[in-house]
Design a protein around this ligand. Structure first.
Ligand SMILES: [Zn+2]
Ligand SMILES: [Zn+2]
Length: 243
């Protein structure tokens, strides 16, 4: 763990040494890089398996989708900046990785905690008045592409970000576990929005590409993000439509 501990110490030192404007610049760059990674990664995964498509291809990209994505990058950057500031103030604590077990435990624990919280938040977002004002924007796109992951109302960006910062402040994860969770979140989001199922039949308890793609086409079910556990327990799992 020696090189990892050194890398984590360097990262921590670098973060604490940043000024507010510098941190804002890095926050925008980081979130822009995430959008690019998800879009390019999703596109690269689509190419070798055109027969794995489980929903019709989306219509041509619109200016509105690009504009909303730009807003999402700015909103996410604001949350990243707030996380950096809370870290500098000692309100968010991220500890050195003590071993692989701690890293895996943190990543899985964060995933399951956020899964439960996001399921609750997503169901609330489908409540009449809230749906029309906020979440309907994401559901304008019934046929998804990787970029659709970022085409969400700014209130949802801030809601997700606020939830994440709250969980972080309470959890105090290690660096590796936290970074692993953030990467898995990006991968899951991309898989849920690229209109394909890489594992035919789908994974048992995890949401594959079909789960969220079906939610876009039939928005009355499949509210889960990383697992279908809460959809199964609370009876909101969609039957798998024949195609
Ligand atoms: Zn979606
Ligand atoms: Zn929804």
């Amino acid at each position: 763990m020696q090189p990892l501990a050194q890398a984590e110490a360097l990262l921590q030192q670098w973060l604490l040494g940043l000024g507010p404007v510098e941190a804002a610049g890095w926050a925008v760059l980081l979130n822009l890089a995430q959008v690019l990674a998800c879009v390019v990664g999703g596109w690269a995964l689509q190419r070798p398996w055109p027969d794995r498509r489980i929903a019709p291809a989306p219509p041509a990209l619109t200016v509105a989708e690009v504009q909303t994505t730009a807003l999402t990058v700015l909103g996410s950057a604001a949350i990243t900046w707030l996380g950096w500031w809370a870290f500098c103030m000692g309100w968010i604590v991220v500890v050195p990785t003590s071993g692989p077990l701690r890293a895996v435990g943190d990543a899985v624990g964060l995933l399951l905690t956020m899964d439960a919280a996001l399921y609750a938040g997503h169901r609330m977002a489908h409540w009449g008045p809230l749906f029309g004002r906020v979440h309907a924007l994401h559901h304008r796109y019934s046929l998804v592409r990787p970029l659709t992951l970022f085409v969400v109302h700014p209130a949802e960006v801030l809601g997700f970000g606020g939830l994440w910062l709250g969980v972080l402040a309470l959890w105090q994860p290690c660096w590796s576990g936290m970074i692993a969770y953030l990467m898995l979140n990006g991968i899951w989001g991309t898989l849920g929005h690229f209109g394909m199922e890489l594992l035919p039949g789908g994974p048992a308890l995890l949401t594959g590409g079909r789960h969220h793609a079906d939610h876009h086409r039939y928005p009355h079910g499949n509210f889960g993000f990383y697992t279908n556990l809460w959809d199964r327990l609370l009876g909101s799992r969609l039957p798998r439509p024949e195609r």
